[in-house]
Structures are given as C-alpha cells and as structure tokens.
Design a protein around this ligand. Structure first.
Ligand SMILES: Nc1nc2c(ncn2[C@@H]2O[C@H](COP(=O)(O)OP(=O)(O)OP(=O)(O)O)[C@@H](O)[C@H]2O)c(=O)[nH]1
Ligand SMILES: [Mg+2]
Length: 451
C-alpha cells in the first residue's frame, strides 16, 4: 500500500513517497534513496543519531546521512533514537527517511543504546542530530574500516576544524582539553578529542565494548572500552559546525558525570594511590616520632599519624573492592589487583594480618594498663605505644571485617553460555529417570555450561 506524506521538516512542500509493506517496508523518495535494503536484506551501514527536540536539524541530518551512505555505494539505514522529543522531531525524521526508535529513559547513552540495539548494519556510524557533524563525510570515516581493517574510527574536531561559533571558548580551551587530558593520563591513551560525537565502529567492536553508561559519560566509556578491548583505533580529522537549535548539554553536571566515570574506572588513582600515600605518611611519621618527647601538640601529632595509617588502610581496602567493579566495567582486562581479590587471596591475607594486628594491639593495651604505661602527661615512647596499640587493635578488627567483605567477591557470577546472561546460580530442573518412580534433579545444561 502506498501513502503520501508532506516533507514538512525541510522547509518545502516536497512530497516524500513512502511505500509500506508490513515487515518488508522500504522507503523510496527524495530523501530516502533507492539503495535502502528491505527488512530481510543485510544492511552494511547503520547511521544512528540520538535526538531530543531537534526539529530544526534532525531532517537535515537524516538527509545528509542518506547522502553519505549513498556516496559509499553500500546499503544502509538511518535510525533516529528519540529521547521523548516533544516537538516535531519524530515526524520530521521519519519523513526524511529515518527509522525511529523510541527511548523514554532520558540520557545521551540511553538514547544511543536503544538505537544500537536496533541497528542491523555491520558498520555503525554515530553522530548528533543537531547538524554539528556533517554526515555526508561518512565515506571518509568508514574508509579506514573498509580499506584498512580498523575496528573503530574516531572523528577528531581538534585535529580537523572547528568553525566559528561551533564550540564555546570554555569548552574549546578548558572543558574539552582538561577532560581529554584526564582521560589520556588515567588510561595512558593519546586521544586528541575525547568528546567528539562523530564516530564509526564495526558491529563486532560494539559487541566487544559492551557499553552501559546512560548519560553523556557514554562518550568517554566508548573511548576507554575501545582501548580496553584492544580495538584497532584510528582518528580522522572532521569539521565541527555550529549546531542548529538549543544545546542539550549541561556543562557542569555532564562534565562531572565524565569525571566521576573516569575516576571510578580508574581505582588506581582514585583509591590505591591516595591509600598508599596516607599509609606511607602515617607509618614513616610514626616511626620518626616514636622516641620523640614533647607536650600536647606531639601527642596530637602521634594520634593524627595513626589516623593516617587507619584511613590509608581502609582506602586501600576500598581500592581492592573498586578494582573489581572497574574490572567488570572495563571488560575485565585492566586490573591485576582484581585477580588477587577474586581468587580469595586478598581476603586470606587480610584475615591473617587483621588477626595479628588485633592480637598485638590488644596485648599491648593489656600490657600497658598492667604496667601503668609510664608517664603519659608528656608525649614520649609511652604515648607512642598507646597510640600504636589502639591503632593496631582498631586496624586488626576492621581488617578482619574487611576481609570477610572481600571474600564475597570470590563467589563468581556465572554466565549462561547460550543466552549470554549472567546467572547467580545453576538452575536445577527435575528430570524423569528411566525408572518411572524416581525424579532425578539434573543441572540445566544451558546454565551448567558456564565459564
Ligand atoms: N545532552 C543530551 N543529549 C541528548 C539526550 N537525549 C538525546 N540527546 C541528543 O544527543 C545529542 C548530543 O546532545 P548535544 O546537546 O548536541 O550535546 P553536545 O554535542 O555535547 O553539545 P553541543 O556542542 O551544544 O551540541 C543531540 O543530538 C541530542 O538531541 C539527553 O538526554 N541529553
Ligand atoms: Mg551536539
């Protein structure tokens, strides 16, 4: 059945002929070209764009995306992942030849994840629906994948061109360079423009990256996971144009989401390094002041150094737990510490150390109270021993509980080899044996075949 629809989005009275045929629907018209594959045909290039109230630009972007696909001579599709637009974005995008995927859960990452889930292409192109990226440049971005076998191509505005008015001064000279440098430093990368939104990757690369972030930090997640998955990545210079319509970016909260994600993905710098510094400062300070005598300020100094040791150890324990979360987040390839935790060895070591510290600390306290501690009115070795014994007792007791906590991570989650879903326990299902009167409980073979 044929239907006619006015192309209201692109400012004219142009008519878009739209032929629908159930599952075998294809679009033909001025905006959707002839090489649109049928629903059952293989798609080579999927262009996915997230959209939140972009009525002024989404039609232009879809049209340019079709032009870009056509220039490659390959089959393609254009998917607009609508994030609950309240303007005419959906209607305009559809008229321009896009397939609409609705994502009611707000967020840049959420919108993309919904769009990617529907994409059929073996090559996936992503870019904003605000006309800041030129989708007619698709051939240049897919070329490294098609011709050189790269997995992921990152469009770089900083090694390309940023048109006047396209990016604010603060984003150009502060936000972008600071966040890009932070990402490069934490993950030992050399990306020139971490927040460019124009990127291309293969379907296989998408699967390997296992993307999860819901908001703007999704942009950082892709870069980090591409590196974590050892993808063959290259950058291509692109031109960044002034966007049409209002920006959906919230500079402060979105920057914070990026920073928080980068730090959480990098427990070495967030927990391990500060923990080691606190522990080191506390231990060295205590040792150097052990025999020192003096008044109240010295007593306070000895107590503060004990606090540094205690908090340092707790932050180190956090680093162990965080390394596991980061490991899951980052495809399980980056942190050696997490292997130590998940093998149970960290919990065992903590348990032994905790027991020793607690016993020594408590013994010192008992000894001190029996021998009356010596003179405590001035700081001297007696105060050092008191501080040390309280510190050790506290450290030992908390370490014992920390170790129990860490031992939870030894219990592995299992992955169902057939569905790919994570399962917490092997499902049991009753199986009738040859002997009709007995029921044999056998593990579900799908869930039993675990990694
Ligand atoms: N920020 C944001 N963008 C969304 C969301 N949902 C969909 N989008 C789309 O994601 C793309 C990126 O948002 P933009 O506002 O362009 O963010 P940006 O490119 O960092 O900032 P500009 O340089 O001002 O364009 C646009 O196509 C939005 O319409 C959302 O919840 N938040
Ligand atoms: Mg944009």
């Amino acid at each position: 059945m044929d239907e006619r629809q006015a192309d209201i989005g692109l400012g004219g009275t142009r008519q878009v002929e739209r032929r629908t045929g159930g599952a075998d629907r294809r679009m033909v018209g001025t905006d959707a070209p002839d090489n649109v594959p049928r629903a059952t045909e293989a798609v080579e290039i999927s262009v996915v764009m997230p959209c939140l109230n972009e009525e002024g630009s989404v039609g232009i972007c879809v049209k340019k995306a079709w032009e870009g696909i056509q220039k490659t001579g390959r089959t393609g599709e254009v998917i607009v992942a609508d994030n609950g637009s309240t303007d005419r974005s959906v209607e305009i995008a559809e008229a321009a030849g896009a397939r609409i995927v609705h994502q009611p859960a707000r967020g840049y990452g959420n919108a993309y994840l919904a769009g990617f889930a529907e994409a059929r292409g073996s090559i996936i192109v992503m870019g904003d629906a605000d006309d800041s990226y030129d989708f007619t440049a698709i051939p240049e971005l897919v070329a490294p994948i098609i011709e050189q076998g790269h997995d992921y191509v990152h469009g770089s505005r900083l090694s390309g061109q940023i048109e006047r008015g396209a990016m604010s001064w603060s984003h150009r000279h502060i936000g972008n360079p600071v966040l890009t440098s932070l990402l490069n430093a934490l993950f030992k990368l050399r990306v020139s423009d971490a927040h460019s939104g124009f990127r291309v990757f293969t379907r296989d690369a998408l699967q390997q990256m296992d993307l999860q972030c819901e908001g703007m930090e999704f942009a950082s997640e892709i870069v980090i996971k591409a590196a974590g998955a050892n993808l063959n990545v290259t950058e291509v210079p692109i031109t960044y144009h002034p966007r049409i319509g209002e920006s959906k970016l919230n500079s402060i909260s979105d920057a914070w989401r990026h920073i928080r994600f980068l730090l959480l993905s990098s427990p070495t710098y967030l927990f391990l390094v500060p923990g080691l510094l606190l522990l080191f400062a506390g231990l060295v300070g205590q040792l150097s002041l052990f025999w020192a005598t003096g008044g109240v300020p010295l007593i306070v100094a000895k107590a503060v150094l004990a606090v540094a040791v205690l908090s340092g150890v707790q932050v180190l324990v956090l680093s162990l737990a965080a390394s596991l979360s980061a490991d899951r987040l980052l495809l399980g390839r980056m942190y050696r510490l997490s292997a130590w935790v998940s093998s149970g060895a960290a919990a065992e070591a903590g348990f032994v150390a905790g027991t020793v510290f607690a016993l020594v600390g408590l013994a010192l306290l008992v000894y001190g109270s029996v021998t009356q501690w010596g003179a405590l009115n001035t700081a001297g070795p007696a105060v050092s021993v008191l501080v040390l014994s309280v510190m050790l007792a506290l450290l030992g007791i908390t370490l014992l509980f920390d170790s129990l906590f860490l031992s939870f991570f030894e219990i592995k989650r299992r992955r169902d080899s057939q569905t790919g879903k994570t399962v917490d326990r092997i499902a049991l299902r009753p199986v009738r044996s040859k002997n009709r009167n007995t029921i044999v409980v056998r593990t579900n073979p799908a869930a039993a075949a675990v990694e």
